[in-house]
Ligand binder design. Structure first.
Ligand code: NAD
Ligand code: TYD
Length: 365
């Protein structure tokens, strides 16, 4: 593969296809790009699986620079039409099946969406950019995960040169899609960039992932299921810092480069759950540690990776990105958001959120 090259100048993309923009990270990315780039036009393509929630984007609904399209990244004809109509000069690809537990239950859906979907998208971009003669000035940006690197022991951090060793169907599907993206760069000269990020937390995260699930259960006095002994370690990054990193990488990332994104915030699951109990109980005026009795150690996840931890120094050195908040600040703000947005949680839990698209987006001229 050719060595990554610095862009001659900060790029300013005019017409950007964001995939998965109704999901957790994608909705923050859409908001960040609209805030930071006045002249941008975004088409947000999302098929609205259980994880897609258009009410996540309520605040940008009136923004004419943002167009939502309900559709599947595996639909080549739809993609060809969108490329033709909007002449995208960049793709920011986040659409994916994203939950490890679901990938253990139903691996095929992950292989289809994450591998075939990414390949279909790459193909549409290649066809369009070749036909328009703008391959060199375009960019395909794939948002990936640190889970492609496998599982760490007690020491060490994942760097961009850590060999891939995915161990769940989810991480295997993301690793495969990273490889396909690099293959398009190497074989067809497509300008690509990939970032591999650690676990995100923050507002609008579907409450199947550890932090929002635990907050919801603590509030409602439900059991708190901890897999195994709770000693697995995850490295947590505030989602808005991830969105800021994505913006920086989109505009200044070196073509062909890979960036690890993380905040040096390692927590054992059990310690994190204790921290959440402390924060939520205090906010709700409960006795200190009252909700500890809700903790239940349950059967471990199959193939549960022990530890993830990211070295993000390459991103900082090359592009100057650093997290903007400490974990304490980010977590406290996140707890506040879920407590103040119980209606969001209720709509997600009841399934009501799935009616948002029909109620707000159909019947529009
Ligand atoms: P999410 O599950 O919240 O959102 C995924 C979005 O993709 C949803 O809106 C869903 O409707 C959409 N989608 C799924 N299949 C689709 C398809 N076939 N066509 C079009 N849209 C489809 O996920 P997330 O946590 O926001 O993650 C976004 C991306 O970031 C994923 O690629 C994930 O692998 C990656 N990532 C996530 C984390 C994390 O901690 N959540 C960390 C690193 C990387
Ligand atoms: P999760 O949020 O599913 O993210 P990932 O598997 O991508 O890291 O899980 C984070 C950690 O929390 C992981 O080690 C599994 C653990 N976990 C539990 O102990 N209980 C739970 O109910 C969930 C959802 C996760």
């Amino acid at each position: 593969m050719t060595a990554p090259q610095a862009p001659h100048q900060t790029r300013t993309f005019q017409s950007v296809l964001v995939t998965g923009g109704a999901g957790f990270i994608g909705s923050h990315v859409v908001r960040t790009l609209l805030r930071n780039h006045e002249g941008i036009r975004i088409v947000n393509l999302d098929v609205l699986t259980y994880a897609g929630n258009l009410s996540n984007l309520r605040d940008v609904e009136g923004d004419a620079r943002h167009t939502f399209v309900k559709g599947d990244i595996q639909d080549g004809a739809l993609l060809a039409g969108l490329f033709e109509e909007h002449a995208f000069d960049a793709v920011v690809h986040l659409a994916a099946e994203s939950h490890v537990d679901r990938s253990i239950e139903n691996p095929l859906a992950f292989l289809e969406t994450n591998i075939l979907g990414t390949a279909t998208l790459l193909n549409a971009a290649k066809t369009s950019w070749t036909a328009r003669g703008c391959m060199e000035t375009s960019l395909f940006y794939h948002i990936s995960t640190d889970e492609v690197y496998g599982s760490l022991g007690e020491d060490g951090l994942f760097t961009e040169t850590t060999p891939y060793d995915p161990r769940s169907p989810y991480s295997a599907s993301k690793a495969s899609s990273d490889h396909v993206v690099r293959a398009y760069h190497h074989t067809y000269g497509m300008p690509v960039v990939i970032s591999n990020c650690s676990n995100n937390y923050g507002s609008h995260q579907f409450p199947e992932k550890l932090i929002p699930l635990m907050i919801r259960n603590i509030v409602e006095g439900r059991e708190l299921p901890i897999y195994g002994e709770g000693v697995n370690v995850r490295d947590w990054l505030w989602v808005e810092d991830h969105a800021a990193a994505i913006d920086v990488i989109l505009n200044r990332g070196w073509v062909g480069d890979t960036y690890n994104v993380g905040g040096l915030n390692e927590w054992r699951n059990i310690d994190l759950v204790h921290k959440l109990i402390e924060l939520v109980d205090a906010k709700l005026g409960r006795e200190h540690g009252q909700s500890k009795s809700l903790i239940r150690f349950v059967k471990d996840r199959a193939g549960h990776d022990m530890r993830y931890a990211i070295d993000a120094s390459h991103l900082e050195a090359r592009l100057g990105w650093k997290p903007s908040v400490t974990f304490e600040e980010g977590l406290a703000g996140t707890v506040d958001w879920y407590l103040e947005n119980q209606d969001w949680l209720e709509e997600v839990t009841s399934g009501e959120y799935q009616k948002y698209y029909e109620a707000h987006y159909t019947n529009r001229g």
